[in-house]
Design a protein around this ligand. Structure first.
Ligand code: PA5
Length: 429
């Protein structure tokens, strides 16, 4: 099970501040459990784990297998909560270089013309044997109207229609809300395959619905194990959520103490996108009404050579959260070199896991001495079960922490402001 250790942050908070925050976190958990907090109509991310839909999981697994056996390229077209969860899980659990199965590409998460232009030309390029690539497209938009996603979908759909003619509908999968939205009109008109984003699950809480599960299954990851990892975490935290309540209380107390930034750090490059998912989950949930701790992501030891200086000695406005994988998941160790011209033989025989772990321990020691409050989150091993647990761990933490700020975690009213200005400048009627 996921473990959290707040001791290196707790020492910066006095008892009365902590106890005050602890009371708020206890109440927040009760609000979540009884559906009495603001936005309680958005608690479906808990319900899907309380009553798993095995038939749906089976259906998605089978579709994933089918597409894997046919596709050369699978495009995930979505933005924010409509793609970050899938990317996080796929990046965590796939080979860095040799993808077994279709190439997974991402579109619809920005409006960079060059990226899309190059993607279109990459898709049109035949395979090494001269045959055309077999392309599948999963457009994911709960509202069915997000501009970034809709624009990319328009361009990619045209290519797929050109390539496959009347069969194009077989290459397009739409994941959207049950009713309404332009995507539903297109599904009706063109007969695209449809998956529903449950009404009561918001984008950033939707990775364990078809939003995340379809792309994750196509990437060859066992979605049942992933999902049931989250179910295990759900059941455990329904019985005893002490660790999470303590963590949420601590984060609340840190917030009260004036810290404004939480750096989510990992020493495992596989977890960089998990950091991106946590950043969105927390950021879009807590950053309202002038409140919140700005979540950001660091990939160590790479970023120790860019952000490390600031974290060690810059303005003391930071806390840091390390996500740690305990068990080694690589066999690689350092070789012995007879000439030792690089003077690295003192590391010969040591595994990279061991060396990386020492770098992590040294960093935690140094940053802690530099007055950075540190939280450590431990996963036993890197696998689908543990990533499933981690997903629910952070979803529940987000719910408890944001309720303890007296904020609705499940809306994002501020996101509309840029859209209004952009649509006005684009002349949308
Ligand atoms: O978490 C959220 O709700 C948002 O980040 C949405 O996922 C994002 O804005 C995309 O919205 P949609 O799925 O409607 O295109």
């Amino acid at each position: 099970m996921i473990k959290s250790d707040i001791s290196l942050a707790r020492k910066f908070i006095d008892d009365s501040t902590y106890l005050h925050s602890r009371k708020k976190a206890d109440q927040a958990l009760e609000q979540l459990r009884h559906g009495t907090g603001p936005g309680s109509e958005w608690l479906g991310w808990r319900d899907i784990l309380a009553e798993p839909n095995d038939a749906k999981l089976e259906q998605i697994s089978e579709l994933g297998e089918q597409i894997r056996s046919k596709a050369d390229v699978f495009i995930v077209c979505g933005i924010g909560g409509s793609y970050l969860g899938a990317k996080a899980v796929i990046d965590a659990l796939s080979d860095h270089f040799d993808q077994d199965g279709p190439e997974i590409l991402y579109a619809g998460h920005h409006m960079g013309g060059k990226y899309l232009e190059q993607m279109l030309s990459h898709l049109k390029k035949p395979k090494k044997d001269g045959s055309p690539k077999n392309i599948y497209l999963n457009v994911i938009s709960k509202s069915g109207s997000t501009l970034e996603t809709a624009l990319s979908f328009r361009m990619l759909r045209e290519l797929i229609e050109d390539l496959y003619g009347e069969e194009a509908y077989e290459h397009i999968i739409c994941t959207t809300g049950k009713e309404g939205g332009l995507l539903n009109e297109m599904i009706e008109a063109k007969g695209y395959r449809k998956f529903i984003v449950p009404d009561d699950v918001g984008g950033r809480f939707s990775v364990l619905t078809p939003v995340g599960l379809v792309p994750i299954a196509v990437a060859g990851i066992d979605i049942k194990t992933l999902f049931y990892g989250a179910v295990t975490a759900y059941n455990q935290f329904e019985e005893n959520a002490e660790d999470l309540v303590e963590y949420a209380a601590l984060r609340n107390a840190i917030h009260e103490s004036g810290k404004t930034i939480d750096v989510f750090a990992t020493f495992e490059p596989e977890l960089a996108s998990i950091g991106g998912w946590i950043q969105q989950l927390l950021g879009e949930s807590e950053g309202k009404e002038g409140k919140g701790i700005f979540p950001t992501v660091a990939s160590y030891s790479t970023d120790l050579h860019s952000l490390g200086q600031f974290i060690q000695q810059g303005q003391r406005s930071l806390m840091e959260t390390f996500i740690i994988i305990e068990k080694s998941f690589s066999e690689l160790s350092v070789n012995e070199l007879e000439e030792n011209d690089d003077k690295l033989n003192y590391l010969s025989g040591k595994s990279f896991h061991e060396i990386n772990a020492k770098a992590r321990e040294g960093t935690i020691e140094a940053h802690s001495e530099g007055a950075v409050p540190i939280v450590r989150i431990y996963l036993e091993a890197l696998n689908a079960e543990n990533i499933g647990q981690l997903i629910y761990f952070f979803e529940l933490l987000t719910g408890i922490f944001v309720y303890s700020l007296n904020v609705n975690p499940f809306n994002q009213p501020g996101v509309e402001d840029y859209k209004k200005a952009m649509y006005r400048l684009l002349g949308k009627h």
